[in-house]
Design a protein around this ligand. Structure first.
Ligand code: AP5
Length: 215
């Protein structure tokens, strides 16, 4: 069982790599962004509360996301957990440590995916996903198939996120540098931090992660 954090700014490729690890290593992806979008789609009170905050690119409260992670951790995972987009603040990192220790689990690696800001703008503004299976596409590097059907599941439900625009992205980046990047030092000091070049191709990044995980 392996538990890892994928850390990096918006568009670094966390979700893309997490999907691959789920398929190949039987791990469970815990993406707080996906959980919050699901809450919005199902119209829960919490979903309504966070919709405007997310569209603007700000972080939602620690209390909400810690609650979501606590619930999902209790469902367990044979292969381990991939924390994707969590933790994003120091209180979230402390809460995660406490939750894992209560369950007798430990973090095996925190993988920082380094990508420069210009590349992030291009990645985010060109991204779409399949609304049925979650496959991630990009207008330039991995375009949605010309026949209109997702290459993974055959569905025709191409989606773009409301926060995938330049204005929201600026706020998301600012939130990342102000509130999340201090975690890099935090995990470095705990001897957990591994860094990789997130500008490399998707396959190269996969190989770097596999190497970090000892494959
Ligand atoms: P969240 O959903 O977590 O978004 P994010 O962190 O901004 O990250 P993204 O999903 O945008 O990017 P990614 O790194 O997964 O990139 P991807 O693989 O898709 O959070 C959204 C919002 O929810 C937050 O703003 C906040 O409001 C709230 N929230 C979530 N968690 C929270 C928390 N813990 N606390 C408080 N608030 C929270 O790739 C992007 C594109 O690039 C794709 O098109 C892909 O095809 C392409 N690509 C990927 N890898 C490569 C590569 N190596 N080369 C070329 N292209 C690539």
């Amino acid at each position: 069982m392996t538990n890892i954090i994928l850390m990096g700014p918006p568009g670094a490729g966390k979700g893309t790599q997490a999907r691959h690890l789920v398929e190949t290593r039987n791990m469970v992806q815990l993406s707080t962004g996906d959980m919050l979008r699901e809450a919005q789609a199902s119209g829960t009170e919490m979903g309504k509360k966070v919709a405007a905050i997310m569209a603007e690119g700000k972080l939602v409260t620690d209390e909400i996301v810690i609650g979501l992670i606590r619930e999902k951790l209790q469902e367990g995972s044979e292969g381990g957990f991939i924390f994707d987009g969590f933790p994003r603040t120091l209180p979230q990192a402390d809460a995660l440590e406490k939750l894992l220790s209560e369950m007798g689990l430990k973090l095996d690696a925190v993988i920082e995916m380094q990508v420069d800001d210009e590349a992030l703008v291009a990645r985010i503004t060109g991204r779409s996903t399949c609304g049925d299976c979650g496959e991630v596409y990009h207008d330039a590097t991995k375009p949605w198939p010309a026949d209109g059907k997702c290459a993974n599941c055959g569905g025709g439900n191409q989606k773009r996120r409301p926060d995938d625009n330049e204005d929201s992205l600026k706020t998301r980046l600012m939130e990342y540098y102000k509130k999340t990047s201090p975690l890099i030092g935090y995990y470095w000091a705990k001897d957990n931090l591994q860094r990789l070049d997130g500008l490399a191709s998707i396959d190269e990044v996969r190989k770097s992660i596999a190497w970090i995980l000892g494959e």
